[in-house]
Design a protein around this ligand. Structure first.
Ligand SMILES: C=Cc1ccc(O)cc1
Length: 163
């Protein structure tokens, strides 16, 4: 568990969506979505549940202000993960509303999940290849502190992003 907490990862799902996550501490993640249905969205301070399923295999799960539920399994020894995302219908229909720095729009997310339809949910379950992994320590506010832009994940992988 100590190895996993503090880890920053970038991964590409089999459907092409690229995500970045930072396991900030034992119950919090920050994340950034580089591409996919809600590419451009980024979030800090998302509370989550974390367990070690077996040696080197970690599961994190949470429910979001949008009503989206997420459960992710990281298999670090194999450089792969598997994610399940349960999108309410409204996120699928109005994804542009969720593409923002969510922390500034929590009220809008909560209003939208009441205003628009929840069902049928859109279940996305996909494996992903982890393309970057680094333990950057706990509670580092500088790891995910700006909006994603085209080329950012390449810069992170190349080691030229953080000054
Ligand atoms: C909806 C959030 C979310 C964050 C990371 C991930 O891999 C999938 C979904």
């Amino acid at each position: 568990m100590k190895n996993f907490i503090g880890t920053q990862m970038i991964y590409t799902y089999a459907n092409g969506w690229e995500y970045e996550i930072y396991i900030k501490n034992e119950d919090t993640v920050d994340y950034r979505i580089h591409s996919g249905m809600v590419g451009g969205r980024w979030v800090k301070e998302q509370k989550m549940h974390l367990v070690e399923l077996t040696k080197g295999v970690y599961k994190i799960s949470w429910t979001e202000p949008t009503g989206t539920d997420v459960s992710l399994n990281f298999m670090l020894e194999d450089n792969k993960m598997h994610g399940v995302i349960f999108f309410p219908k409204w996120v699928h229909d109005h994804s542009e509303i969720t593409v923002c720095y969510q922390n500034d729009y929590i009220d809008l997310m909560e209003e939208s999940r009441e205003k628009y339809e929840t069902y049928p949910k859109d279940v996305v379950d996909e494996f992903a290849a982890i393309t970057y992994v680094k333990n950057v320590g706990v509670n580092n506010e500088n790891i995910i502190s700006e909006a994603p832009y085209k080329g950012m994940s390449d810069e992170i992988r190349a080691g030229s992003f953080y000054k």
